[in-house]
Design a protein. Structure first.
Length: 173
């Protein structure tokens, strides 16, 4: 995968830079901080931004992540991801269908999928030829995802007991 020096299966810390709480003026500084703190993957989530703004921010973050050998992921904006070389994409259950996203991205970019139930986690694992990882969450209530009730630690335990063959992460926010 482009920009990656270690496999996602070895990743432990998935950092999310969400403009809902991270000031845009500090995105680069915060990216450097999470990378210094051991982030294995970094996602830009900017729900209220335009594609042009996301592209601008991704262009600033991409060199930082590339230098660290860490994938940079754009949340739910295929056009922004495609505009910046090597940037991956994360989609939700109600976003672009993973098969279409993979076709557009091609094989070299990281593609992830959000899940909110055991059934969705099982379906994500079945998409292992299409996606590179899935996320479970939000584990706790969060203001950045007010439309999603928290899934709780019970779902995290249930997914862990499934022993998925695909890398997966817990979204705490």
């Amino acid at each position: 995968m482009s920009g990656t020096t270690r496999p996602l299966s070895a990743a432990r810390f998935y950092a999310i830079l969400d403009t809902g709480y991270a000031p845009v003026a500090r995105l680069e500084e915060l990216c450097r901080a999470v990378l210094a703190g051991g982030a294995d993957i970094v996602q830009l989530r900017a729900k209220s931004a335009t594609t042009a703004q996301r592209i601008e921010w991704l262009k600033k973050l991409a060199p930082l992540c590339a230098a660290a050998g860490v994938p940079l992921i754009c949340n739910d904006d295929l056009d922004a991801a495609l505009a910046v070389p090597g940037v991956g994409l994360h989609v939700g259950q109600d976003d672009l269908e993973p098969r279409k996203a993979r076709t557009a991205l091609g094989p070299g970019r990281v593609l992830g999928l959000s899940t909110h139930s055991q059934a969705q986690a099982r379906a994500a694992v079945a998409l292992g030829d299409m996606i590179n990882y899935f996320a479970v969450g939000p584990v706790f209530a969060t203001g950045t995802k007010p439309d999603y009730p928290p899934v709780g630690l019970e779902l995290v335990r249930a997914v862990a007991e499934m022993k998925p063959t695909l890398p997966w992460f817990c979204s705490l926010e």
